[in-house]
Design a protein around this ligand. Structure first.
Ligand SMILES: Cc1ncc(COP(=O)(O)O)c(C=O)c1O
Length: 391
């Protein structure tokens, strides 16, 4: 039976899964990578497109920008930031590119990243370094992780007078670590460096108060844990930086200020962003805090069960866990990316389980997600499949 967090709310688990478009024959344990869009949110996006098509000129010329500002307002209230500093972008990769391309770097300036920074972000930093003479400085984050203090210590050692920018994940991608960004932001600012928080996974997974965290830049995806359609993300910039930020595509708003520049980047389909209101309404039905609590508790329970069944370990303590977790698979042998991809493909083809597998710290690890449509039976299937993988 599924659990109900509140008697007036719809139940989590199997009933919630019926609200999504997910293939019922597949066990979906990878909400983290690309999200999943509820039927009513997809319907709202289609309805929006229909409305636009009824009078495209009216919508594009007159209505699009005020509506984008409304959406920015909704995001601002949700993440605790002023809407004036919010640019709607297609994804976190876009936002990271905006910041890195808009800042100026000089020869020898250091940009701090980690061995767990998202690959596309690392590529962007590498590219900017090759253009400007800045230096990419990689920190080794401890994994498996045991406590947040080790992470802060790693940043303390790396940040120095040459540091110009620290790119820090709020939640890491391959290892699902919830990082202690507050002290890291403070350390960077004390050293005179700027901070870009890559919060691709954060909105909808953990409570956010961006103003209180006070980074220079914060990006988050709404198409992951908030269940908006793909192509819905934001970049928030602190006030002093807004005048110098430019979208990747320069269009009519150039020179007109932050909002004008980002709200019009050429004719495009922003229906995913307009559908965010419906994604918020969907979430409200289940409860924001209730959803986060359910997902967090479920992932902890599932991770502990898997580690026990497999006789292995979980990659992070509860305090560094949101609604994703990593668990070591009961496999020996050389762990590399090719082999990890092959295991992932087998889990999908032979067991109908969708879950990422990564080669980390010399072993294979699965990264599980817990969303409102998951239940323990999903992870039991993974436990059995993992046991069958062993030679
Ligand atoms: C930490 C992190 N940063 C950035 C991204 C990129 O997100 P997107 O593909 O939506 O740009 C991801 C995607 O999973 C991620 O996990």
């Amino acid at each position: 039976m599924t659990e109900t967090a509140h008697s007036n709310r719809p139940p989590f688990g199997r009933e919630a899964r019926a609200e999504f478009q997910l293939d019922p024959d597949v066990v979906h344990l990878n909400h983290g990578s690309y999200g999943a869009v509820p039927k009513r949110v997809a319907d709202a996006q289609r309805a929006m497109l229909k409305q636009i098509e009824a009078d495209p000129s009216q919508f594009m010329a007159m209505e699009s920008r005020p509506r984008l500002r409304e959406i920015a307002g909704q995001i601002g209230s949700y993440i605790g930031a002023d809407a004036d500093g919010i640019a709607l972008v297609e994804n976190a990769t876009n936002a990271v590119n905006v910041v890195l391309r808009s800042l100026s770097f000089s020869d020898g300036d250091e940009i701090v990243v980690t061995n767990q920074t998202y690959g596309a972000v690392l590529n962007t930093v590498t590219h900017i370094c090759s253009l400007t003479g800045a230096i990419r400085k990689d920190i080794e984050l401890p994994y498996p992780a045991h406590n947040p203090d080790d992470v802060v210590a790693a940043y303390r050692d790396a940040i120095g007078e040459k540091t110009r920018l620290v790119v820090v994940d709020h939640i890491t991608s391959p290892t699902a670590l919830l990082l202690p960004i507050e002290p890291i932001i403070r350390l960077a600012h004390e050293a005179g460096a700027l901070v870009l928080v890559d919060g691709a996974h954060a909105p909808g997974m953990i409570p956010l108060n961006v103003a209180a965290l006070a980074p220079d830049f914060y990006t988050g995806n709404c198409h992951k844990w908030l269940c908006a359609p793909r192509g819905c993300a934001f970049l928030w910039c602190a006030e002093p930086h807004r005048a110098n930020m430019h979208p990747l595509v320069i269009s009519h708003g150039f020179g007109g200020g932050f909002e004008a520049e980002f709200d019009w980047v050429g004719t495009r389909d922003a229906s995913a962003q307009f559908a965010l209101s419906e994604a918020f309404a969907f979430r409200e039905r289940y409860g924001d805090a209730e959803t986060m609590a359910h997902n967090h508790q479920l992932v902890l329970k599932a991770a502990a069960m898997l580690a026990e069944r497999w006789g292995t370990e979980v990659g992070a303590p509860a305090e560094m866990t949101g609604s994703m977790a990593t668990i070591r698979l009961p496999l020996s042998g050389p762990a590399d990316t090719q082999a990890a991809l092959a295991i992932r493909a087998r889990l999908h083809a032979e067991h109908k389980i969708q879950v990422p597998v990564n080669a980390l710290a010399g072993a294979f690890w699965v990264r599980i997600s817990a969303q409102i449509y998951n239940e323990m039976a999903d992870y039991e299937r993974l436990a059995e499949a993992g046991e069958m993988l062993a030679p």
